[in-house]
Design a protein around this ligand. Structure first.
Ligand code: ZN
Length: 312
């Protein structure tokens, strides 16, 4: 891949591509470092964040806020053990974005939305999009893990920053007692397009001594922004950059995608769950119903006859 540094995938012409050379597919990698005393996850989520922006017609700042949360859900989903497990991040502050939700299954299929996709861009003192202000404090962050048990596991912390990555580090430290570093990035160009997106997540395992923690802290201190070293072409190099000197070993590697699994059957089940009386009042007042999926904006129309059939 010589001579390609700094070049953006979207700038390339198909004719320049060597078949099989470049895979423009989002990925998530997991592994251990420092002889198993650290575990890490690293992901490039550019394509799925672009897809989310397109589906929800989001402003730049809404794209950054949702993109960070989707990326976090992908990274955190790799800590799930069961095939049917799911993880959901809910963020609710008092800012103009209104709320953010992202949910990811154990195969790294992620989906999400923000309450106000057209929230106005505003900049902070550093001249960056002010996600903390759009999210707003006070507020809270919930992590819901559906592990196939009767009740899902729910962890809750108050928002400490609103920038999302810091809030998730805080969540892991205070709610799960695992010291963790979370870094999330969505790089926006001058034309407000998404250049790339991704993140990493490192956890300190029991038994890690001060030497390992100091080495990790020193590494993280001088690390460039995550969006500058995740590439589609050189995943292993990205891991080496992240954990240079800490002997990282990749143990899992896969793709991640924006996927909505809504269906007419699920929408019917939703309607049935509101009860016969409610459905009857929709029939009486509106003679039809149109339901819209929050995650993909897919629309499902139910005629009067459809609704009557549901009552039966
Ligand atoms: Zn959907």
């Amino acid at each position: 891949m010589e001579g390609m540094e700094g070049m953006q995938i979207e700038d390339m012409q198909i004719g320049d591509m060597q078949i099989g050379d470049i895979q423009v597919e989002d990925y998530v990698i997991g592994g251990t470092a420092a002889e198993g005393k650290l575990r890490f996850f690293l992901s490039n989520t550019t394509e799925l964040v672009k897809k989310a922006r397109e589906l929800h017609n989001m402003s730049a700042i809404a794209s950054v806020a949702l993109g960070r949360t989707l990326t976090a859900a992908v990274l955190m989903s790799k800590t799930l053990k069961g095939q049917n497990d799911k993880i959901t991040i809910q963020i609710k502050g008092n800012g103009p974005i209104g709320g953010i939700i992202a949910t990811c299954d154990s195969n790294s299929n992620v989906k999400g939305y923000v309450h106000n996709p057209q929230v106005e861009n505003c900049l902070n003192n550093e001249g960056k999009l002010d996600v903390a202000n759009a999210v707003g404090k006070p507020g809270f962050l919930n992590v819901i893990k559906d592990l196939g048990l009767k009740e899902p596991y729910v962890g809750n912390v108050k928002l400490v920053s609103g920038e999302i990555a810091e809030d998730l580090s805080y969540y892991y430290y205070y709610s799960e007692q695992i010291p963790s570093i979370v870094s999330l990035g969505v790089l926006i160009g001058a034309d407000e397009s998404i250049i790339n997106a991704g993140g990493f997540f490192i956890q300190v395992m029991p038994g890690a001594d001060d030497e390992i923690i100091t080495a990790l802290e020193n590494r993280i201190c001088c690390l460039p922004p995550v969006t500058s070293f995740i590439s589609y072409e050189e995943k292993k190099e990205a891991v080496e950059i992240l954990l240079c000197g800490l002997n990282p070993k990749i143990t899992q590697e896969g793709t991640c995608n924006y996927v909505c699994n809504c269906s007419r059957e699920r929408m019917e089940a939703g309607l049935i769950s509101i009860g016969k009386e409610e459905i009857q009042s929709i029939i009486d007042e509106q003679h039809e119903a149109e339901l819209q999926c929050h995650f993909c904006n897919g629309k499902y129309h139910f005629s009067e006859d459809d609704l009557k059939a549901l009552i039966k």
